[in-house]
Design a binder for this molecule. Structure first.
Ligand code: FAD
Length: 466
């Protein structure tokens, strides 16, 4: 079959991985086609992920902050929530960004083709849209088709009161009682939003902790706050079945503290995401995909077929936008003939909950599991003037160093932890000695000082803490 369109590089999927790769490749002189099933580019992150959730978390933060001021001498009335307007604000944020992306694509002469792409051979993809099919031929391709929410079986998914994260971000109503199944980052972020808007939230988590795998000292301040605000947090608890009735979604639990049955107005299922690698006819191109839909790649982001690359969520954990963009750049550069490879020391993770939790590099949990030796410096925010002023005194900043005193891990909990972790990332990338962080003059009074103080705890300048 003769292709309707021919290009040097085809990028399948326009999320943060795909659009970054497409733009970088175009900047390096390649002729690029970007295929996306939806009418707007930006993928999960911009349309139904990072960005809308952060817009709503900002709104939730304003509500929460205003409420805390009652004890500081300023009382606001109860918030009057106009849900359609709040959704409009969130959609406006998305719109600004997706419009910007469309402009950037045009500027670079990246041809955006709408439709569902399927490989038909190692050098062609068929794209179907509105009953029409086009064939696009390519010299090289980058697979960036991302992931989608895992749908827990046995739930009445046909009922719109059972939602995944995409449904929760639509803000159809504020349920009186919301059940969040899954106490990971996405579940807890959405729980924060709905709780601030007025829902009574119950979180049900299969393992023994919220945010399983993250160091407990980092999660504790969050757990403490949530325990005081949420209706229930059921750990080591499984939802065994659920059915829709007029009253709501009737859920059966199996766990220590949970009741056998309860009824909720809405249920949010956030039990993880699965990679989309199995849905693109990869076998027609000879690309190997495992049973979880994940495509294995090397450090140059090449699949087993050397002219086809894969990036982002479809290559597996951590499923994070900044990992996808970084990989996208590497794949585009290699496709353009540059000597590039994925060589990040670590990839930071952030839960934008209230308070925020951020971590990167080695964690204590991992160090203990693997028997890795480390020293740690912890600075409790109760000793930071700025943290106390902004109600963040439950926070802490922790640095881990190796036997050469090089920074190898960091964890922060408290307001703006996600911003603060960036300094420690730079330290890790540069192989900085912890003394470098301690000797750096941080502006006073800021939360960033806590990074310097944690370094000084290790470096010896602060002796009265710990
Ligand atoms: P995606 O963004 O998933 O994009 C893939 C694109 O490919 C989609 O647009 C899809 O429509 C398209 N596509 C798929 N198959 C085809 C096909 N056959 N043909 C054509 N097009 C196709 N990450 C963070 O780093 N920070 C956060 O704060 C954060 N918050 C999140 C909040 C929520 C609620 C969710 C759900 C996710 C969040 N994430 C966050 C994760 C982040 O969204 C993903 O890691 C990121 O979007 C992955 O980028 P990607 O390029 O791999 O794929």
């Amino acid at each position: 079959v003769t292709p309707d369109l021919q290009c040097q590089l085809l990028v399948l999927g326009s999320g943060p991985g795909g659009y970054t790769a497409a733009f970088r490749a175009a900047d390096l002189g390649l002729d690029v086609v970007l295929v996306e099933r939806y009418p707007v580019i930006g993928g999960v992150c911009l349309n139904v992920g990072c960005i809308p959730s952060k817009a709503l978390l900002h709104a939730a933060n304003v509500i929460d902050e205003a409420a805390t001021f009652a004890t500081h001498g300023i009382e606001f009335g109860a918030p009057k929530i106009n849900l359609p307007k709040l959704a409009e604000y969130k959609n406006g944020v998305i719109g600004k960004l997706t419009k910007g992306l469309a402009h950037l694509a045009k500027q670079r002469k990246v041809r955006v083709v709408q439709g569902v792409g399927q490989f038909v051979s190692p050098h062609s993809v068929s794209v179907s849209h509105d009953g029409q099919e086009h064939m696009i031929g390519f010299e090289q391709a980058i697979i960036a088709v991302g992931s989608q929410p895992i749908r827990l079986p046995g739930l009445p998914w046909e009922d719109e009161r059972v939602m995944d994260s995409t449904g929760a971000l639509e803000l159809r109503d504020i349920p009186k009682r919301l059940l969040v199944i899954g106490g990971g980052i996405i579940g807890l972020e959405m729980a924060c939003v709905y709780e601030a808007l007025g829902s009574k939230v119950t979180v049900c988590e299969l393992s023994s902790d919220l945010m399983p795998g993250v160091d407990r000292d980092l999660v504790k301040p969050l757990e403490k706050r949530l325990a005081g605000r949420y209706e229930n947090i059921f750990l080591k608890t499984r939802v065994t079945s659920a059915k829709a009735s007029k009253k709501g979604i009737e859920v059966s639990f199996e766990g220590d503290k949970a009741p056998a049955n309860d009824c909720f107005d809405r249920v949010l299922v956030s039990v993880g995401r699965s990679a989309n690698g199995g849905k693109i006819g990869a076998e027609a191109a000879g690309v190997s995909v495992d049973e979880r839909g994940i495509i294995a790649v090397d450090r140059q982001m090449r699949t087993n077929v050397s002219h086809i690359f894969a990036i982002g969520d479809v290559v597996g954990a951590p499923m994070l936008a900044h990992k996808a963009t970084h990989e996208g750049k590497v794949a585009a550069e290699v496709a353009a003939g540059q000597k590039s490879s994925f060589d990040a020391r670590s990839i930071p993770s952030v839960a934008y909950t209230h308070p925020e939790v951020a971590w990167a590099g080695l964690t204590e949990t991992e160090a203990k599991q693997k028997g890795i030796a480390y020293k740690k410096g912890v600075f409790p925010w109760a000793a930071s003037g700025r943290a106390i002023s902004v109600g963040g005194d439950a926070g802490l900043t922790k640095l881990l160093v190796d036997d050469q005193d090089r920074v190898i891990g960091a964890g922060i909990v408290g307001p703006h932890a996600g911003e603060l972790i960036a300094e420690t990332m730079l330290a890790m990338e540069l192989g900085a000695d912890v003394a470098d962080l301690g000797l750096t003059i941080h502006p006073h009074p800021t939360l960033s000082e806590t990074v310097g103080f944690a370094a000084e705890v290790l470096h010896g300048s602060i002796t009265d803490i710990l």
